[in-house]
Design a protein around this ligand. Structure first.
Ligand code: SF4
Ligand code: SF4
Length: 284
């Protein structure tokens, strides 16, 4: 069973929920898919080791063969190629490695080369949790490709908690499209509500069952709660705007470690999610 922890925007406490949830359970895996800014290990402090370099193909144009016909630049829908009067210019960070330019070149002037776009790392085997994260190289746009490589390391025989990237763009779709259940972390503020609705729309479009964790509960108003009640969306957990939790967060300490009463709350949430996911999709 794969549980994505998502939010319509950053800063809602998504990573805090993912880390504490994973630490509260036995024999689960945690995958940090926020590959542009993986933060889970700031709280976990594991020794990490590289497991895979993520690569992508990109074109190299042989000027001796190129006739400057411009087919390749016309074809590229990512605008990674520009046909100048005397040469074809490549913008590598825009290239998605689709291989189309080499396909449409009439004279075989496009050669495909490989370049690194990111890396997958995992916690060493003596860590108390099976943990993986991906890091997208700075300046690269191919977050989805790194996420897909990362998700291939999931052990299907164990529950996996997946910290999704924030927002509602392609990288989030890659995670939610893969998940059996989505936990949306939100705050009940006007901005929080707006972003929550966007994220909910994405999850619904992908037909992933959704439950909500209300973070900093007690701040803001009741709009998320009222909406969830009217729409039949379960509130799985409320994390109060608590001074101790805020202090532990600022010190980089997962609060479940210092506040053992939360272990049971996350375990209960896991049981609820299993029951709800089974009810909606037949997943156990
Ligand atoms: S491989 Fe695809 S994305 Fe990259 S330059 Fe060629 S057509 Fe564009
Ligand atoms: S399609 Fe081939 S020949 Fe035409 S401009 Fe591109 S590389 Fe040159």
């Amino acid at each position: 069973m794969k549980i994505a922890i998502a939010s319509g925007k950053g800063g809602t406490g998504k990573t805090t929920v993912a880390v504490n949830f994973a630490l509260a359970l036995e024999d689960v895996q945690l995958f940090d898919c926020d590959v542009e800014e993986p933060n889970c290990n700031l709280f976990l402090g594991f020794e990490l080791e590289p497991v895979e370099e993520v690569t992508c193909l990109f074109p190299e144009i042989n000027p001796d063969k190129c006739t400057l016909c411009g087919n390749c630049a016309d074809f590229c829908r990512y605008n990674a190629l520009a046909a100048l009067p005397k040469k074809i210019l490549l913008f590598p960070s825009l290239c998605h490695g689709c291989g189309g330019c080499s396909f449409v070149c009439p004279v075989g002037a496009v050669e495909e080369k490989s370049r690194s776009i990111g890396i997958i790392e995992k916690a060493s085997s003596d860590a108390p949790l099976k943990f993986f994260h991906g890091i997208l190289n700075i300046g690269e746009a191919m977050a989805t490709m790194v996420i897909k490589s990362l998700l291939r390391h999931i052990d299907e025989s164990k529950p996996a908690i997946i910290d999704s990237p924030p927002g509602t763009a392609c990288p989030v779709l890659a995670v939610l499209g893969f998940a059996d259940y989505c936990v949306l972390v939100t705050e009940s503020t006007p901005f929080g509500f707006h972003d929550f609705l966007l994220a909910l729309k994405v999850a619904k479009a992908l037909k992933v069952p959704v439950g909500v964790v209300l973070n900093r509960d007690g701040l803001g108003d009741s709009r998320v709660e009222d909406f969830c009640r009217d729409e039949g969306i379960p509130i799985l957990l409320r994390i109060p705007n608590d001074r101790m939790i805020a202090r532990l967060y600022s010190e980089g300490i997962p609060f479940v470690k210092e506040m053992p009463e939360w272990k049971e709350k996350f375990e209960d949430m896991f049981e609820t999610i299993k029951a709800l996911a089974f009810k909606s999709t037949g997943v156990q």
